[in-house]
Design a protein around this ligand. Structure first.
Ligand code: HEM
Length: 407
């Protein structure tokens, strides 16, 4: 297959690539591991290079000035704040300070305490679905569950979930490669409204603190520092943005892969000892984020990789979805095997920007996927013609029609 693909013809807009990126990733890894594309920058596709680059402090995540000027021209101040000042777009020492403060609030204990809530939420959803013969798993389960988990964490009404969902979707649509300027008006509006929502929420929690993450972020203190108002707003929006689409992908693409392979699904349904490794394998096999942080990485000084000079000012895109299928790292990488011997993957990134919500994303996958398989053991795909959303940065199904197998 690779023989027929010429990496120089790679086009991130090509619908064929977006539907099935893996043959293209293989061609890039083999023929052009540091590939300069006019519209997206340098594209890095090998596991070893990406793993090293994520830990390399010669690279920055902070948007350099020509790109800031472009944002200033098109984006509302609230959208600019999200694309310039939130954790994923700042380097040390600001990143170190903010991340340490957030870690004080977003603790492993707080995440572990969410387990009964996630169990209740998925059980409630499945109670309603049990009598249905056919439904869309994306709309009914993968979309609401991650947002309902975060609304609980923030202590906001469950009823707000569809509004939060609308805002995160509108902003995420803009975070695409190449940048989708048609999505900009809706993203601008969503960022403005979302910020106003967070302003009110923070004011309420300052006046009457509770046992929720918003109050904990306001109160967090380390080395005499606290998060300022805008940092709390940015963090709340980032948590919803980063925690929704990704976990939604894990649940929906993970379920698709399992329903295509009933023997693998049976392992996860029947053997609790395999669940942790099985979810890691799903994260590797269909990684929710195919490109590390939408803004990319930027080198501070010119460097050379595999003989290609990488210039400052041109974004460097790290293809996590390709790294996780690199045959130099994984035997038979295009085979899903929930019994695969544990090996690190890059679905949550690496280095100082390693996913802050990895424990929560994992927990949701570990609770929800086996629960669906146990409660609906006769679930099957209506057809195996997946409808992928036309995205590159995130790997997402638009729909996943499933049904109870006729007896
Ligand atoms: C399966 C689910 C998830 C996946 C695959 C995922 C993936 C990632 C990746 C790859 C990064 C690093 C990006 C980079 O280095 O450029 C990241 C960062 C981040 N993630 Fe996640 N994520 C998931 C769930 C979550 C959840 C549930 C939350 C919070 C509610 C979250 C919050 C964050 C935050 C705040 C960052 C930025 C960390 C920093 O810059 O220091 N993620 N995520």
């Amino acid at each position: 297959m690779t023989a027929t693909i010429d990496a120089t013809r790679w086009d991130p807009r090509d619908p064929g690539f977006r539907t099935d990126p893996y043959p293209w990733y293989r061609a890039l890894r083999e023929q052009s591991p540091v590939h300069l594309h006019a519209d997206v920058g340098y594209v890095i596709s090998r596991y070893a290079d990406i793993e090293a680059l994520l830990r390399d402090d010669r690279f920055s995540v902070s948007t350099p000035s020509p790109w800031r000027e472009l944002l200033a021209e098109h984006a509302s101040p609230e959208l600019r704040m999200l694309g310039e000042s939130t954790l994923l777009f700042v380097d040390a020492p600001d990143h170190t300070r903010v991340r340490a403060l957030v870690a004080k609030a977003f603790t492993p204990r707080r995440i572990a305490l969410l387990t009964p809530h996630i169990e209740r939420t998925i059980d409630g959803i499945l109670d309603n679905l049990e009598s249905q013969t056919e439904f869309d798993l994306v709309t009914e389960i993968a979309d609401p569950l991650p947002i309902l988990t975060i609304t609980h964490l923030l202590g906001v009404p469950d009823a707000d979930w569809s509004q939060l969902h609308e805002w995160t979707n509108a902003i995420a649509a803009f975070n695409e490669l190449p940048i989708d300027f048609d999505a900009l008006p809706a993203a601008n509006l969503a960022a403005t409204e979302f910020t106003a929502y967070c302003n009110t929420l923070i004011d309420q929690r300052r006046a009457a603190p509770g046992d929720d993450l918003v109050s904990a972020l306001i109160a967090a203190e380390a080395d005499g520092h606290r998060l300022d108002h805008d940092e709390v707003v940015g963090m709340l929006i980032l948590l919803l943005m980063a925690g929704h689409d990704t976990t939604k992908s894990l649940i929906s693409t993970g379920m698709r892969e399992l329903l295509r392979r009933p023997e693998q699904a049976a392992f996860l349904r029947d053997d609790p000892t395999i669940v942790t490794a099985g979810i890691e394998e799903l994260l590797r096999f269909e990684s929710p984020l195919h490109v590390a942080s939408g803004g990319g990485r930027w080198t501070r000084d010119a460097i050379t990789l595999h003989g290609v000079p990488i210039e400052p000012g041109v974004p460097v895109r790290l293809l996590l979805g390709s790294a996780n299928h690199d045959p130099d790292t994984y035997d038979d990488p295009d085979r899903l095997d929930v019994h695969r011997a544990p090996k690190p993957h890059l679905a949550f990134g690496k280095g100082v920007h390693f996913c802050l919500g990895a424990a929560l994303g994992r927990l949701e996958g570990q609770v929800v996927i086996p629960r669906i398989l146990q409660r609906l053991p006769d679930l099957e795909l209506v057809h195996d013609e997946p409808e992928w959303r036309p995205r590159f940065v995130t790997r997402q199904l638009a729909r996943l029609p499933v049904r109870r197998a006729p007896r």
